[in-house]
Ligand binder design. Sequence first.
Ligand SMILES: Cc1cc2nc3c(=O)[nH]c(=O)nc-3n(C[C@H](O)[C@H](O)[C@H](O)COP(=O)(O)OP(=O)(O)OC[C@H]3O[C@@H](n4cnc5c(N)ncnc54)[C@H](O)[C@@H]3O)c2cc1C
Length: 262
Amino acid sequence: MNGDRFLLSPLASLLSVVRRLKTDILILGSGGAGLFAALHAHQADPKLSITIAVKGLLGKCGCTRMVQGGYNVALAPEDSVERHFMDTIEGGKWLPDQDLAWTLVNVAVERIRELENELGCFFDRNPDGTIHQKAFAGQTFDRTVHKGDLTGIEIINRLAEQVWARGIGRLEEHRAIEFIKSRLDVVGVDNGTDYRRLKMERVKVYHVKDEDILETIFSDLKDVEEEKQPLDVEGRIIAYRKRAGGLAWFDFQALCGGPRSS
Ligand SMILES: Cc1cc2nc3c(=O)[nH]c(=O)nc-3n(C[C@H](O)[C@H](O)[C@H](O)COP(=O)(O)OP(=O)(O)OC[C@H]3O[C@@H](n4cnc5c(N)ncnc54)[C@H](O)[C@@H]3O)c2cc1C
């Protein structure tokens, strides 16, 4: 793949092989978003070299393949994108970014046409030949396009076939880590809401910004223990600063910074 774009330095070949790949567009991830991005970029300019780097196998990983319910889109004359929009906002408890939600419900209409007419997805149909749309969670109208309960597999298989057919470069089992970290605040990747803090508000946790206050509180308590042994919370080892009886002082990062933060 793109063999002429690998550069090997003589020194590197003595030590280890460093592969350098030059590509016009690098896409991370091969779910619905990544595969569509690749196809649309190729459509915009077929001369572009496009590479998809994905931590699993293209077409086999990610959430899109797991979609069982289906794809919400306002198609029926009695339905509307406005109604779909309000269902999305209310279903998301007014947390979604509204500009993005508006884009989502509008482009859903053209995307479902593209999936069916250009990419070859077979969705379930009514006896009169129109696309069948079923009821689904959070929707006030039957607007979920589906293929039985295997909608995600249908969508991702057809998308992956089209990507393969266009010779788009693939780097499978390539996990982008530093690249993502250098460009994203992994906490505020959405609308800026730190969901870890929202969840923490529902459990018995007190947020204290000023360390001096905590020092004062703990100085008044009896039997304060500095961190001596790791605290095992349901199998997760969490570092703490101080504890006294059932009260523990954690750094926010220690509590919420890891992969099990949610
Ligand atoms: C079980 C399940 C059922 C669902 N059902 C529905 C439904 O019925 N209807 C609906 O609308 N939505 C449903 N969803 C949500 C929907 O699947 C997702 O919103 C949607 O698929 C997201 O698409 P995506 O392309 O952004 O992400 P994904 O399809 O998850 O793709 C992300 C890609 O990025 C790759 N990746 C991740 N991290 C890295 C990294 N560091 N380096 C390289 N690659 C990386 C992954 O391997 C994957 O290929 C469901 C989700 C799940 C999990």
